[in-house]
Design a binder for this molecule. Sequence first.
Ligand code: DAH
Length: 339
Amino acid sequence: MREKLEKIKLESTTELENVNTLQQLEELRIKYLGKKGELTQVLRGMGALSTEERPIVGQFANEIRDYINEKIEHTEYCLKRRELENRLRNEFIDVTMPSKKKELGNKHPITKVLDEVKEIFVGMGFSIVEGPEIEKVYYNFDALNHNKFHPARDMQDTFYITEDLLLRTQTSPVQVRTMEKMSPPIRIIAPGRVYRADEIDATHSPMFHQIEGLVIDKGITMANLKGTLDVFAKKLYGDNVKTKFRPHHFPFTEPSAEVDCSCVACSGAGCRVCKGSGWIEVLGAGMVHPNVLRNCGIDPEVYSGFAFGMGLDRIVMLKYDIDDLRLMFENDKRFLSQF
Ligand code: DAH
């Protein structure tokens, strides 16, 4: 029995020295000290010993149990320590390392200029409204006094969804929607995307942006239109900018005009930007046609108003001297980060 105990001591020592995980350690504890463990078996067999032998072997067995227990505790301490050291090493953070630079985005030039335009008009008492990009043919054309044969209604020019639905070709339908909902006095601008079946090039895109304006009240005249647009141009491009009205035709205004600003690049002297003319066309405008007022349930004998519509993309290109419209939609960070 003594030899058996010596053997247990020897074997457990080598085995415990080779343990690598807490799991293995637990297995060894069960193997030697568990209910069916080797040492426990020996202690159980002590009944067969003589009265003289029993206390001696018993004492030896206890010594060995204490020895193994101690060894297990020590091994457990070492394993836990090793684990902690590993974690500390792996989860090490170098707080002196320079942090990753957070890239802060900036507004797209179109949004930037739109914000400016909004601010100018809000400052003049306008409110901002929006309309749907998928629009009824009625709002986009009929209510705006386009007759059935107007060329803009052609399939070649306009993206139809169904016979009655299309991607709006202009923000002007928002005029009609507004007049249907609100009663005069009305003073709104309506910015948004518009769509036309145009080939993409430096100055054309099938999607672009417009800002619509509408004022309806008693006694509104062309003078109010001129004054408003002149103030707008000066606020946007600077006090030296002049505006000029040229007669034009739009189905939904009468009289209608195209409005030019003196060239921002050369102050009117003539240059590459204005193609030598000294003027740049910025918008269409006019007095709201009596038919349109009537279509919206407003009595043209009582009320009058003006409307205008400008191409936002063009205004942005002029403001920042951008020579290709495509740059605005390519999402190239090298371009976008310049604004
Ligand atoms: N909707 C016109 C266009 O897309 C622009 C326009 C002209 C709007 C005259 C107006 C206006 O409100 O009165 O070409």
